[in-house]
Each structure stands twice: as C-alpha cells, then as structure tokens.
Design a protein around this ligand. Structure first.
Ligand SMILES: *Cc1c(COP(=O)(O)O)cnc(C)c1O
Length: 404
C-alpha cells in the first residue's frame, strides 16, 4: 500500500496531474498567474469559460441574484428555470428541460430518460445504450460505463450494465448492434472532445437519425463540450440538417464558469419522466439560472454566433500555417468552430508545457492532441496574439523551422 502514496504533500485527492501554476484573477481571455505572468487562456476551463473571465454581464447577473435569493429547492417554483428552459427549447429541438449541476449528471438524466421512455411505451426490455470508442461522458459509475474506456473503469468494480461500445466509424457494427431488440438509444458526441477533437462527419449525424427512426431507437447527443456556441452554432448538431436528437446533454459553457448543466428532451421523451422519477437538490437553483440566462443573453444575441464562425476561420487558417511551418511538431489541425485540436508529434503534454512556458494555456486530449478552447469572445487581435505565443511554444520543440 505504501508504494502508492509514499509522500503526502496535500490533502487533496491526487487524481489530477496539475500544472504547477495558480491564478490570481482573470479578465476576458487573460489570466494573471500568482507568478505575476499574463496567460492567454485557450484552455477556457475546458470549454467552460464560454465568455471568458469576469464577463461584466455575468458578474452583474450573479451579484444581483446573490443579493436577492440563492436557493429554495425544487419543492417550489423557480421562475429563472422556466425562462432558461423556454430559451433553450426555442434555440433547439427540445420541448422539455431538466437542470443539473454538471455534465455527468446531465448524461445520467439523458440515460434515465431514454430508458424510461421505452418503459412507459411498453418496451421495458429496451435498456441498452450504444456508444462509440473514444467517447467521454463523465466520471460517474454510469458515465464511465457509457464512455467504455478501460483506463476510467479499472478498479471500480463491475461495469454498470446496459452500455455497448462500438468501434468509432464502423457502420456495419452499428447496423448490427442497432438491430438488437434491447436497444434504447444511441449516445454520441457530435465532436469527441476528450477523445482528441474527433468530429463525426455531418452526414453521419443525419444517418444516425434515420437509423434511429427505422428502429424506434432514441438519439442522444452529448453536447456537454460542443454546446452553447462552441462550434459556431448554438448546438453542434445544428451544423447538420435534419439531425435533431430526442435527448441532449448540455453543461460546461452554459454556466460560463458557474457549475450547471441540463438535459434537453423532446416532448415524447421528457414527458416519460413523471413526478418522482428524478431529482436534484441543487439543480436549477436561482444563482445558476441567473448566470445561465445571462450567458444566453450574450450567446443568442444577434450576430454573436456568426462572429464565432468568422473568428474560427481565422483561427483555423492560422493554425494550418503553423502546421505547415513546423511539420516536425504538428501533424494535423482539427476541429469545428472554436473547439480546435493540434495533433502533436512530441508528447501532447510536452507541447502543452511548452505553450504554457510561452504564455498560452491549452488542454491535452486523447490521440496525442492538444485542445484549444478559447473564450467565444476572443477578438481577432487576441487570436493573432495567441498565434505568436503558439509559434514561440511550437518553435521551442522544433528541430528545424521550414521557411514559409
Ligand atoms: C466534460 C464532459 C462531460 C462531463 O462533464 P462534468 O461536468 O465533468 O461531469 C461529459 N461529456 C463530455 C462530452 C464532456 O466534455
């Protein structure tokens, strides 16, 4: 036993390999380290800080709500929930919303909703959820089973039943699995974030919708990372035509840093969750709703998402040119909108460290990718500054720069 925890330097669970860096404060895309340095934040709290740090509209909304009412529980009406739910439905396929505190809880609600839908429709045997290799759906016992990754399942006892992981991109395996009579739903991220910024081709989303319709299977999107404008549309599935899901999990960017999430559902799926079938003490509390509504004030404002799409073009083109100049460090540029990935040739963690040294924060992902998730509010000038810092960090790992 002693071999595992030889020295204890902190009472915090040692579950994270933390960078040796803390921050004093933030403003927009900038973070001030306790080391006094300024960092350009392309980690974005892992796609959470959708509007950057200390956005004045969010600060104002949180302060105003804090002086009125923090929490009452879901035993009472919470007007902010109705308002936010109406707006989420208006901006998406959904008719029903359940508020949670996190992405994993939004997924738990999505899974329960899918099974419950079949249960109330006379098919209680339909419990299995089809998922894809490389997926990430959270760290609860059900969501590690859904993700299917051995490294997250190991040592935590029996894997929760009812999840079937299929090879990413294997259409035949999917068709065979979907023909089984016990399938409740297909669960998929339109772009795998943790899995290495791997996008499902848009026609595949439409194909999944058709397959689900043929088989009476529900389609669930995990848009915890891709939602709230990250890919240049409010939800990533909206980049494809005719690929509405039945259920969608959203979190991260919806609170701009305030912990919250939601499960969105069609009328048919959401209405299966009758009184008493689900609950959350904190979910949808007045503080969270005030901030969530404030985030939507900005993201759904006219022209905002169009601006994200424009900036994403500039960002991607600039990254492509870095890839061309440093082919011994970057082998691929991926992503949609402001969810971008650089496939690294050295270890991605090495590149993340070099970029941090150059004053830019990024996030490692699967498949040896470095993720860049800047606030959606980043300006073209800040993108140019990000490129300079990226260049410095990348050049530090390069043996030879190719002349442009
Ligand atoms: C982050 C993430 C989750 C888990 O969200 P938590 O808030 O950490 O529980 C689930 N799915 C995807 C796609 C994510 O990126």
């Amino acid at each position: 036993m002693s071999s595992v925890a030889a020295e204890k330097t902190s009472p915090i669970y040692p579950t994270y390999n933390r960078a040796p860096l803390a921050f004093e404060k933030g403003a927009g895309v900038w973070l001030t380290g306790t080391d006094g340095r300024q960092y350009l934040d392309c980690a974005g709290g892992v796609a959470v800080n959708s509007l950057g740090h200390a956005h004045p509209h969010l600060v104002e909304a949180l302060k105003a709500q804090a002086e009125k009412l923090w929490h009452v529980s879901n035993l009472f009406e919470i007007p902010g929930q109705k308002r936010l739910a109406d707006r989420l439905c208006e901006a998406s396929f959904a008719d029903r919303v359940f508020f949670t505190n996190s992405g994993a809880e939004a997924l738990e609600c999505a899974i329960k909703t899918a099974r419950r839908y079949h249960y109330v429709n006379g098919a209680p045997e339909r419990v299995n959820i089809l998922t894809f290799s490389g997926a990430f759906h959270g760290r609860t016992l059900a969501t590690i089973a859904a993700g299917g990754q051995e490294k997250y399942l190991e040592g935590f006892g029996p894997k929760a039943p009812g999840f079937v992981s299929l090879p990413f991109g294997d259409h035949e395996a999917l068709k065979r699995a979907a023909a089984e009579p016990d399938v409740a739903a297909i669960l998929v991220e339109p772009v795998q974030g943790e899995g290495g910024v791997r996008a499902l081709p848009l026609p595949c989303l439409t194909g999944l919708r058709e397959l689900c319709d043929e088989r009476g299977i529900l389609l669930i999107y995990d848009e915890v990372q891709t939602g709230i404008g990250r890919t240049g549309r409010f939800y990533a599935y909206q980049n494809a035509g005719g690929a509405d899901p039945d259920i969608l999990a959203t979190a991260k960017g919806i609170g701009g840093g305030f912990p919250m999430g939601a499960c969105l559902a069609s009328e048919a799926a959401g209405s299966a969750m009758t009184p008493g079938t689900h609950g959350s003490t904190f979910g949808g509390n007045p503080l969270a709703m005030a901030v969530g509504n404030a985030v939507l004030d900005v993201v759904l404002d006219e022209g905002f998402l169009e601006g994200v799409r424009d900036k994403a073009i500039l960002f991607k083109q600039s990254l492509e040119s870095l890839k061309d100049r440093f082919p011994d460090v970057i082998s691929d540029v991926r992503g949609t909108g402001l969810l971008m990935g650089l496939k690294a040739i050295p270890a991605n963690t090495e590149l993340v460290a070099a970029l941090r040294e150059a004053g830019l924060l990024s996030v490692p992902a699967g498949d040896n990718v470095v993720r860049l998730l800047p606030p959606l509010t980043i300006t073209p000038d800040e993108i140019r500054e990000a490129m300079q810092r990226l260049e410095t960090g990348i050049a530090a790992l390069s043996q030879h720069e190719k002349s442009a």
